[in-house]
Design a protein around this ligand. Sequence first.
Ligand SMILES: [Zn+2]
Length: 404
Amino acid sequence: MIRAYKFLMRPTVGQAQALAEMLQDHCSLYNGALQERRDAYRHVSRTTVRYGDQSAQLKEIRAFDPERQGRWSFSSQQATLRRLDKAFAAFFRRIKSGDTPGYPRFRGLNWFDTVEFPKDGDGCRWNSTPHDPVTRVRFQGVGHVRVNQHRVVVGKIKTVSVKREGRKWFVVLIAERERPEPLPVTGSVVGIDLGIANFLADSGGEFVPNPRHGRNAAAKLEAAQRALTRFPRICRGKRTRNHERAVEKVSKLHGKIRRQRLDHAHKTALWLVRSHDFIAHEDLKIRNMVRTPAPKPDPDQLGLFLPNGAAAKAGLNKSINDAGWGVFLTILTNKAESAGREVIAVDPRNTSRACPECGHIAKENRPTQETFHCVACGHMAHADTVGAINVLRAGLARRNANRA
Ligand SMILES: [Zn+2]
């Protein structure tokens, strides 16, 4: 099983400077190698330069420019050239399949934000000071950088990457470990309904509220984005100090929301996977298709439509919610897989209007957002709990059909 870990680094001022130079020099290497491939293709009788040729030149490039290229890890430079090679492979694949793709482009520092080390111990060393209580990671040409290691790394580390996001530096580890022991069987099954008022409701009547900070952060992000629209859309370097600050603020808030959402999703998924053997949820792709409000024709004016609330639903809050659900379901599926649990996505049509007691399906069964009241048998319950029960039933039916 492959797992990624991402930790914030706390470089000193000098180390941050070196990291920035490392990124910049790898970016120049990428662009230089791209230039060479372009020139060869255009002028030298359409020859193609390959990764092997460029990798073989690395030694010369390093000797020619010892101040810059010479001080970084040979392996991370090879990884950068391989990255370019992948861009070309994709380019030629698309040409072959009849597309007209753009030629691989030169990359500015805004785009080029990662340097990969293909092997721990080669140009980099995770946990380079094992006797020190503070975790550090060493990079050739940079030194031992402090790391905020907020979780234990399990398994053998395959690759180590440096990543810049805004003004922050991260180290990303890819670790591989043996398939873990599955969790003990609980004999319990559950259906979940993802919502706005509550993050989720389960078929057993439990609710996981939406994190309060989510709404708070969304309001702040909206204000920051509005502030940003006052500035012209120009690239980094040409912006004024205030413009730069506004851009940073938006990117910082995005990062904060992402981290909070991840944390909440991990906790919620862990709780579900520990308590149940089988988890059914709505298929979000189908849900997004069917939950878009239907157009309302205006009876007075032929061909015109009345407002149907779609614009209101399409706000920032909604997009954050949608993204949050997607992230959560991915995490849930991964955790379930490593714990030996089963997760099934079901078609969500009618899950909110079918009565779990008598099976009667009607829009009128749901007089308000929160209440379910069956017009046929009078069954009453929280609407989200009813949704979750119906999701569970549909999931179990699908599981039985799959097994048959
Ligand atoms: Zn009923």
